[in-house]
Design a protein around this ligand. Sequence first.
Ligand code: SF4
Ligand code: SF4
Length: 132
Amino acid sequence: MNTKVLTNPRFIKKIEEISEQKISDCYQCGRCTAGCPFARYMDVPPSQVIRFIQLGLKDEVEKAQGPWFCAACLVCQTRCPRGVDIPRLMEAVRVLHLRAKEGLLDVETINKDLLMDAPPLAIMSAFSKFTY
Ligand code: SF4
Ligand code: SF4
């Protein structure tokens, strides 16, 4: 089978600019994913998101839901032997989505009872993270 993989160096550069991280610092030990309390809910866990970025696989990163599940709890960052700030990389992925006006939350679709019951902080946090 002839599979063509498209890598995107500009995408790597953009992620590095936004996150202020050097993506090649990661040597794929997997400690971030092993410690991430949300990895089990992610289709693509943190170390794999980073691998996709290293390879410039923009489409794969854009499809991944993992960065949206990241709660910025910093566990991964404390476990990384290379000092990679993984939450900032996850944030950079989300920022690129939002800059492209690809918000994941549509206020019109949220159940009104849920809006009334949810803590205001949770609502504000969700809007700052999932909308543009
Ligand atoms: S812990 Fe650090 S070096 Fe290891 S896979 Fe995660 S980001 Fe890469
Ligand atoms: S900061 Fe995000 S990726 Fe890192 S351990 Fe916490 S939830 Fe997982």
